[in-house]
Design a protein around this ligand. Structure first.
Ligand SMILES: Nc1ncnc2c1ncn2[C@@H]1O[C@H](COP(=O)(O)OP(=O)(O)OP(=O)(O)O)[C@@H](O)[C@H]1O
Length: 578
């Protein structure tokens, strides 16, 4: 991977001309800074021309600030263009990155990368390029001027520089590690804050605000301890550095008075040398400060880099047929294997059910079959092409998935539904809603498809959200539709009506339904029974009832529950009659 500074150069390559213009103008403004000093010197020597000199001084200052303003305009324009490009690239990267990689980020640290790290780029390009040029150049130009007017006094003005640099070196010891530690602590704190804010409803429900606050408090406490430690270790060296930067007056003043008394300097020269020389190297303080900001910015660029990887060149092969083949698939998270040597084939147009105890690995297998995760070993192919190597567009067209967590975007219902197929007509939308058993409740909404949903919109119930998610997936008319507990909220009648409508409307669609309620999927052509990451049985309902003790147990326990439910209802009815 490229180094952060190399990547930074690539990011700003398109705006190079604007940035060079900005830095040249900043350099010119620094040179024009000298003019006021020269004019002041002239004013001391020729007080009779004060008015004329004042006019020149005003003009010189005006030119300086005008040059700086134009430089700022160029640098800001370049910064916002880079910012736009990087934000778009990061947004694309976020959708392209495999879920397994994305899930390693806490939402707070992702937010930190997408907002803060990208924002720092703006600070660097818009401000630091110009400031850095000015801060580096102005002591150089002033020193050159001093050498031109009196080289001995110029040397005296620079006498404290080696000492200041030594003190700075001491203050900056271990800075790279400290910056890395600081960034890690900031990310952790961000994650704790996001978790705290998102968890407020749950904490309120369990009256746990003080406990949860302690979690945030711990992060804040660690952050505070870190900053205190940094401050203690950096302050002595840093203080010495800033004092030495301003200490040249203690050499210049006695030396200057001595030279004036011996006729080596005029008073006017001394005043000018004191004015220029006493703050000569002070801009270096800004350089040091900016250097640490630049280090932080580069650390951010390194974090952004993951999202800026070019899309893997994908020849996007076309599947030869629509058979989904799972061959010796293994998958796990570090330290916890989840799926073990799974092999099976799904034929086109089949209705399959994936069942098994909670935690057996059903959802994980669904994500793998949808091409959203990649197996550690083995292969999942559609018509001979590995599903995790399909281009995003082709994968979305061939493999649809409704996961347990439904996300409804802020917008109208129609916009949310058209996510699956932007060109879908209203008629097609109503057809998909009909199959998903969502037609009635959408029609009953005051603004129908134009109802605002998501944040600050109508808040849909869990079941309604699931039905919208199903309709959204159906609109894309995928070849294979994977439903992960997608009908869990529905009652048995609605669930049954949905499956019937689905098979009738799109008979060629392969459907894989993950279900806890075996009643819902007992008519599937094949039921895959997963237990502890292994495929322990495969067959239709009667065959599994006959051959699989685990399936029998699951079925009978659910059947007994159903019986109790019916008996309760009968007893209630009898009680009501009595
Ligand atoms: N990011 C992760 N890191 C570690 N383990 C994980 C991760 N995600 C899931 N798991 C574990 O993988 C196992 C399988 O989870 P999965 O969601 O696939 O099961 P499931 O059969 O769908 O369960 P359920 O029926 O309850 O939805 C579980 O033990 C779960 O805790």
């Amino acid at each position: 991977m490229n180094s952060p500074s190399h990547l930074l150069l690539t990011l700003i390559a398109g705006q190079r001309a604007g940035l060079i213009a900005a830095m040249l103008l900043a350099a010119l403004s620094v040179i024009s800074e000298l003019l006021p000093w020269y004019l002041l010197w002239q004013a001391v020597q020729h007080p009779e021309n004060l008015l004329e000199l004042a006019a020149w001084l005003a003009l010189a200052l005006g030119v300086k600030y005008l040059l700086l303003a134009i430089a700022g305009w160029f640098s800001h324009r370049a910064a916002f263009r880079v910012l736009y490009d990087v934000r778009m690239a990061v947004a694309r990267g976020l959708t392209r990155l495999p879920l397994s990689q994305l899930s390693t980020y806490a939402s707070g640290s992702l937010r930190n990368i997408v907002i803060n790290d990208v924002e720092r780029l703006e600070g660097f390009i818009a401000h630091h390029t110009v400031d850095f040029t000015a801060a580096l150049l102005s002591p150089l130009v002033a020193a050159a001027f001093l050498f031109w007017s009196d080289w001995q006094m110029a040397l005296a003005a620079l006498a404290t520089v080696p000492l200041a640099l030594l003190a700075q070196k001491i203050a900056m010891r271990g800075m790279a590690e400290r910056v890395a530690e600081y960034n890690a602590a900031t990310s952790k704190l961000n994650a704790a804050i996001v978790e705290y804010v998102r968890g407020i409803p749950v904490m309120k429900a369990f009256c746990q605000s003080s406990r949860a606050f302690r979690l945030l408090n711990d992060s804040l406490e660690q952050y505070r301890a870190l900053i205190t430690r940094f401050t203690h270790s950096a302050v002595p060296g840093w203080s010495l550095f800033t004092v030495l930067l301003n200490a040249s007056i203690f050499i210049l003043l006695p030396l200057g008075i001595w030279r004036v008394s011996h006729g080596g300097l005029t008073v006017a020269q001394l005043i000018l040398i004191l004015l220029l020389g006493s703050g000569l190297i002070q801009p270096l303080l800004r350089v040091t400060f900016m250097a640490s900001l630049i280090r932080e910015m580069l650390a951010g660029v390194a974090r952004i880099a993951v999202f800026l990887q070019p899309a893997a060149s994908n020849d996007d092969p076309t599947p030869a047929d629509l058979r989904l083949q799972v061959s010796h698939v293994y998958f796990g998270y570090p330290g916890s294997p989840i799926l073990n040597d799974l092999s099976f084939t799904l034929s086109p147009g089949g209705f399959y059910a994936l069942v098994g105890p909670s935690g057996a690995g059903k959802s994980t297998l669904a994500w793998l079959m949808a091409g959203l995760l990649s197996p550690d070993k083995g292969e999942i192919t559609l018509g001979g092409v590995a599903v995790d190597r399909l281009s995003d567009a082709r994968r979305a067209q061939l493999l649809g998935m409704v996961s347990q967590e439904v996300f409804i975007f802020r917008g109208t219902l129609a916009e949310n539904l058209r996510l699956g197929c932007p060109s879908a007509s209203d008629e097609q939308i109503w057809q998909a809603l009909g199959v998903a058993q969502a037609q009635a409740f959408v029609a009953a909404l005051p603004q129908g498809l134009q109802t605002l949903v998501g944040e600050r919109g109508v808040s849909l119930s869990g079941g309604e959200r699931q039905r919208i998610a199903i309709a959204r997936a159906l609109l894309a008319q995928p070849t294979i539709l994977i439903l992960d507990e997608a009908t869990a909220f529905a009652d048995a009648l609605t669930e049954n009506a949905f499956y019937l409508a689905l098979r009738k409307t799109w008979p060629a669609m392969t459907v894989v339904a993950i279900a806890h309620r075996l009643f819902a999927v007992q008519h599937a052509e094949a039921i895959l029974l997963l237990d502890n990451g292994e495929l322990v049985a495969l067959g239709d309902h009667p065959a599994l009832l006959r051959d699989s003790p685990l399936y029998r147990d699951l079925w009978h326990s659910q059947f007994r529950l159903q019986q109790w439910h019916i008996r309760d209802q009968q007893q209630e009815a009898a009680g009501a009659r009595a």
